[in-house]
Design a protein around this ligand. Structure first.
Ligand SMILES: C[S@@+](CC[C@H](N)C(=O)[O-])C[C@H]1O[C@@H](n2cnc3c(N)ncnc32)[C@H](O)[C@@H]1O
Length: 237
């Protein structure tokens, strides 16, 4: 009788913990219009062995760019960091990142179940000018949810503020030895959740390292969830 009661109490306690984890994850998801995620504070960054280098020492000039320029900033970071290759922009939305990468000589494809047209224009951050994108322009798209086998056709998987596929993407890249660039935000439809009190990004970086990747964290100059993880197998350069 006593043992049965113990088991029941344990089950109830576990269910309460799981409910509270789900609530905190949902609360994160509600910040910033549903996909911004809660901010990863400098204190949390400092407490992470992998992310401590990202703590900002404010000069007053950081993070002045608007969130809408995140595609240009990520394009610039990727193009400066790596030779062009076959890249999938997973959860790529309208496809501006893929478009910019293609303009720089990359074989970029969007993987996103929600088919959308490219934007009509974007701001070029170097010249500070608006650049029009012709209505006839297209980027290759797979209008489906990301599936692990899709990773086989790419060298690099990029997912900026993507939903529902971060864990799948890391697992697939680990399995096939592909590179990954993640800018995670909130947790939506992921198969595994961080435990209560652990920030999604902090937890995700540990997950990536456990899978055998070497992780280079970076931060882009826009307001919002601007922390990226560049994960490669082996010792890197
Ligand atoms: C918040 S938007 C981000 C879009 C874009 N990367 C950006 O930074 O604005 C999330 C995108 O993930 C896409 N998405 C949702 N589930 C997905 C899945 N399982 N595989 C690939 N994309 C998915 C959605 O259609 C949406 O375009």
């Amino acid at each position: 009788m006593g043992k049965r009661k113990d088991r029941r109490e344990k089950t109830q306690r576990y269910a309460a913990i799981a409910r509270s984890a789900a609530r905190s994850v949902l609360a994160d998801a509600e910040i910033d219009g549903g996909h911004g995620g809660s901010p990863l504070t400098d204190d949390l960054l400092a407490s992470s062995a992998h992310l401590a280098g990202l703590v900002t020492h404010s000069t007053g000039h950081e993070l002045t760019k608007m969130k809408k320029f995140r595609f240009q900033l990520l394009h610039r970071w990727i193009a400066a960091r790596r030779e062009p290759c076959r890249v999938a922009d997973v959860g790529g939305g309208k496809g501006l990142l893929a478009y910019l990468l293609r303009e720089s000589g990359w074989q970029a494809t969007v993987i996103d179940p929600f088919a959308q047209r490219l934007p009509a224009k974007y701001k070029d951050l170097e010249s500070n000018r608006q650049i029009r994108i012709a209505e006839s322009e297209r980027v290759p798209r797979l209008s489906r949810e990301f599936q692990p086998e899709m990773a086989a056709d790419f060298d690099l998987l990029v997912a900026m503020h993507a939903h529902g596929c971060n864990i799948q993407l890391i697992d697939a890249a680990a399995e096939l030895g592909r590179e990954v660039i993640l800018l995670p935000c909130c947790v939506i439809h992921e198969p595994i959740l961080p435990p209560p009190g652990v920030h999604w990004i902090q937890w995700l970086v540990e997950y990536v390292v456990e899978k055998g990747f070497v992780v280079e964290p970076f931060r882009l100059n826009f307001k919002g969830q601007n922390i990226g993880l560049y994960a490669r197998m082996g010792a890197g350069e």
